[in-house]
Structures are given as structure tokens and as C-alpha cells.
Design a protein around this ligand. Structure first.
Ligand SMILES: Cc1cc2nc3c(=O)[nH]c(=O)nc-3n(C[C@H](O)[C@H](O)[C@H](O)COP(=O)(O)OP(=O)(O)OC[C@H]3O[C@@H](n4cnc5c(N)ncnc54)[C@H](O)[C@@H]3O)c2cc1C
Length: 448
């Protein structure tokens, strides 16, 4: 067998994108992902421009028994987008969005980011559920679930997926949707990137905005108990038009600890002010941005809080109830938080996302409740021990309040603790992911 460098030289004659070896000057930049704590060194990075490039890269990996990692937006906190000594299939150049306003659908390339997707679909007053940070990848977020502002009204991102084009482990390019390869379509919706490399995704769109009501209201941290109780009570009465997230965090001055509620309202504008009034009038705020805002802007408003290259270590628990005891634990954990960049955030799950039958997709987390995340984030290696320690301590403290573990690794995607149909998932794993060169891992075996 030819050595890797010779195979790369041969392939580069027909490859549309770029092939980067460690000796190439761009390799060091290309191997980095969002989380600065991730420092893996792939043997080869294949920056693919389309499905044919992906096929060629997958076949080369088979030939050289290289483990494959797929990079969409590179936001996965546990660093699944890259791999030591293997092949990183980097889709960051495979970015495009074609919106069809008549059919109310949009097709996006496997490396597209949500900011780009929202911009193209909002040009027609349309949108689908996507991430709340505009630099997150469409593919990774959707294949793992997809929590966003529109989740209570239209379901998770994966509930709006109509089909994918996917390159399988043997290099074949197939379509998966409700009619073609329906088992594979079931598995990719929640099973992440374990079944192949998704070169494009097609979504259902809905009328949204462009002007909606959203933003954040923050009060001094001494009001945290009352803030979280207000959040819980408001959440219990919330209609499908309302999405709520609470956070105990530090204000942009880097010193003032605050308790905050971020809200989005996606119903008739005539009653928007009345709907969000309980949050607006609760107490004298230190920050209040809650009001009319373009949907696209709402989805970029948190970007600055998550800078690329910061060091991240995240944990989460799903609590069916936000009890008074859980609230006290969360407040206590936040008091001990070592970095102004870190926060505890609580996402409320209700509405359309919770009405989808669990067996319909490979994503199991369909109950109403509260996803409590310890988002440990800091800027320099000197903060590693404190940053890791705080996330682990918060995780342990929250365990008694949690019904079941949502994300048991540093991963941020909402991988369910148990697949909804383990036998079906096993069948799919042996048919697809187990044949991936050099790897037998599945989402489930790494996350539980
Ligand atoms: C700042 C920040 C904000 C976030 N906000 C949200 C949020 O609002 N809602 C939410 O649900 N999650 C959110 N997440 C979590 C995020 O959805 C997951 O980390 C997701 O995996 C990121 O997708 P990506 O394409 O950017 O990731 P990557 O790291 O590129 O990929 C993650 C995994 O997905 C798979 N993958 C990616 N692209 C493809 C592809 N084209 N084909 C096959 N497999 C692929 C790969 O297996 C890869 O290992 C956030 C994460 C961060 C860091």
C-alpha cells in the first residue's frame, strides 16, 4: 500500500477542495475547533467542497485505516469534530443555503452555520428552529437534536428536517428521508454523525418575523432566588409561542453577578408586550433588552458571550421539576463560579418539541422540564483546574435534582441517556457506523 503522503499527492490531482498534512502551513489553523481546550492533531485534514470530495476522502481513510471525524461548525465542546492521528473531514468550505419560499423549504450545505441559514431564509420572512448562537453548525446541531428559540412552536431542529444527502462508510452517496432509506433517516435524527457524512440537509420553513419580540432582562444576583421562581412559574404557564431561558451569569463589566431571563415571543405582535410584561415589571433591572428585535439579530445576540478559542467544559442535567431545592443548589453553585465567562443556564422544554412521539426519531428527550447547564468557560490554561473543577462540582451537586442525565460528557449536544429504541439503534449501528473505518463508536456508547 502507498504511504499516506503519496496517496494524498495522487488524490489532490482530482480533489476540488484542499488536502492538508501536518507539514502544510494552514494545517495548524485548520485543526483548531471552537473549544480552545481541544488540541487534537489529525494525520490529514480534507477540506471538502462537495459529496464527491467526501466520498474520495472516506475511501482514502478506509485504505489507510484512519479514524474519521467530521467537522461541521466545529462547536462540539468535547471536540468530536477532530481526531488524533486520523482524518478530519472538514466541511467548513461546504457552506450554502438555497431557500425556496414557494415550497417553504431550504437546503443547506453540511458546513453551513446558523447565521448564514437565518440570513437567507429571513430574506423571505421564513425560518426554522436553529441554535441561539449564530456561529454554531447547522449539521452538528440538527443531527444531535437542536434547541432554539422556535423549539416550543415548531419542534427541535431535527423535527423540521425533511431529508439529508449522506456519504456512507463505503463512500456511496445516498438520500435519506421518509420514503428513501427511512431507517437511516430515523437514525440520523438524534444519532449524530455516526452513520455517515451529511453533505446537505433539507428543512421545512415557517413564517417568522422578521420582527419578533425577544431579549434578556437581568437583575442583581441577590435577586436570584426570586428570578428563578418567576422563571419557573412563567414557564409553567407558557404557550407554544414563548421560549424561555434563565441564566446566573456575570454582566459584561466582568464583575457584577446577575440573574437573568432571556425570552422570545413568536405570536401576534399586538399582544407581545402583554405576554412578556411579568418579566419586564418584576424589579428594577440592570439590563433590559427585551422588546421588538429582528429574528436574525436575536439569534446573534449571545455570540459575544461565547468567543472562539475560549476554553470550555460543559455539563448538564435534565430536571423534570425546578424545585426550590434545585434553585438553592444552582444559586450556591453560581456563587462558587471561578470565571466571569462561566454561567449556569436553564432551558425550558415544552410545546411542540415535547409532543413528538419518542419512537419517531432517535432523539429520546421529549419530556417537559428544565435542561440545567453548567457552562464552564475561561480564557487561559492557568484557569484549567478551576474551570474543570467547577463544572464537575456543579454536575455532582445537581445530580440529586435531575430525573435523568442529559449530557454526561463534555459534549453539549442533547444526546439522550437512553436511545428510544435500543434494538433499532443497534441494528442501524452495525449496518452503518460499525463499518466506518477504524472506529466502532456510536453516539450512545460514548455518551452514557
Ligand atoms: C457556543 C455554543 C452554542 C451552542 N448553542 C446551541 C443551541 O442553541 N442549541 C443546541 O441545540 N446546541 C447548541 N450548542 C451545541 C451544539 O449544537 C453542538 O455542539 C453541535 O454538535 C455543534 O454542531 P457543529 O456542526 O458546530 O459541531 P461540530 O463540532 O463540527 O460537529 C459535532 C459532531 O456533529 C457531527 N457532524 C457535524 N457536521 C456533520 C456532518 N455534516 N455530517 C455528519 N456529522 C456531522 C460530527 O460527528 C461531529 O462529531 C452550542 C454549542 C456551542 C459551543
Amino acid at each position: 500500500m502507498a504511504d499516506l503522503s503519496s496517496s494524498v499527492a495522487e488524490l489532490s490531482k482530482s480533489f476540488s477542495g484542499r488536502l492538508l498534512l501536518p507539514k502544510d502551513s494552514d494545517w495548524d489553523t485548520a485543526r483548531r475547533v471552537h473549544n480552545g481546550l481541544v488540541d487534537k492533531r489529525p494525520a490529514l485534514i480534507a477540506q471538502c467542497l462537495g459529496a464527491a470530495d467526501i466520498t474520495a476522502a472516506v475511501r482514502l481513510a478506509r485504505e489507510h485505516s484512519l479514524e474519521i471525524a467530521v467537522r461541521g461548525g466545529g462547536h462540539n465542546v468535547s471536540g468530536r469534530a477532530t481526531v488524533d492521528g486520523g482524518l478530519m473531514i472538514d466541511l467548513s468550505a461546504l457552506k450554502y443555503v438555497h431557500a425556496d419560499p414557494k415550497a417553504r423549504t431550504a437546503r443547506a450545505g453540511g458546513g453551513t452555520l446558523w447565521g448564514h441559514f437565518n440570513r437567507e431564509t429571513q430574506a423571505h420572512g421564513l425560518a426554522t428552529t436553529g441554535g441561539v448562537v449564530s456561529t454554531t453548525g447547522v449539521a452538528g446541531l440538527t443531527l444531535g437534536g437542536g434547541i432554539g428559540w422556535l423549539m416550543p412552536k415548531f419542534g427541535m431542529a431535527l423535527d423540521n428536517l425533511l431529508g439529508v444527502e449522506i456519504v456512507l462508510a463505503d463512500g456511496h452517496i445516498v438520500r435519506a428521508d421518509d420514503d428513501e432509506n427511512p431507517d437511516l433517516f430515523w437514525a440520523v435524527r438524534g444519532g449524530g454523525g455516526n452513520f455517515g457524512v451529511v453533505s446537505s440537509l433539507e428543512f421545512r420553513l415557517h413564517e417568522v418575523g422578521p420582527l419578533v419580540t425577544g431579549g434578556i432582562v437581568a437583575w442583581p444576583a441577590k435577586r436570584a432566588r426570586e428570578t428563578l421562581r418567576l422563571f419557573r412559574d412563567f414557564a409553567e404557564r407558557a404557550t407554544d409561542e414563548v421560549m424561555l431561558v434563565a441564566a446566573l451569569m456575570t454582566a459584561p463589566d466582568g464583575a457584577t453577578k446577575v440573574s437573568a431571563i432571556a425570552a422570545g415571543y413568536f405570536g401576534p405582535s399586538a399582544i407581545a408586550e402583554r405576554v412578556v410584561k411579568p418579566i419586564k415589571v418584576f424589579d428594577q433591572p440592570v439590563v433590559d433588552t427585551l422588546g421588538p428585535i429582528p429574528y436574525e439579530q436575536l439569534n446573534a445576540s449571545l455570540d459575544a458571550s461565547f468567543p472562539r478559542g475560549a476554553r470550555n467544559y460543559w455539563k448538564s442535567h435534565f430536571c423534570e421539576q425546578l424545585t426550590d431545592e434545585a434553585i438553592e443548589t444552582i444559586i450556591d453553585c453560581h456563587r462558587k463560579c471561578p470565571s466571569p465567562m462561566a454561567m449556569v443556564s436553564i432551558e425550558h422544554f415544552h410545546g411542540a418539541a415535547t409532543r413528538v412521539k419518542t419512537a419517531k426519531t432517535a432523539f429520546a428527550l421529549r419530556g417537559r422540564g428544565f435542561n440545567v447547564l453548567a457552562l464552564s468557560q475561561w480564557s487561559s490554561p492557568a484557569g484549567d483546574a478551576a474551570g474543570l473543577g467547577w463544572a464537575r462540582e456543579t454536575d455532582a451537586a445537581l445530580k440529586p435534582s435531575a430525573g435523568r442525565v442529559n449530557t454526561s460528557t463534555t459534549s453539549t449536544r442533547t444526546t439522550p441517556a437512553l436511545p428510544p429504541s435500543p434494538r433499532r439503534m443497534d441494528r442501524m449501528s452495525s449496518g452503518y457506523s460499525r463499518s466506518r473505518p477504524g472506529t466502532t463508536r456510536t453516539t450512545y456508547s460514548t455518551a452514557t
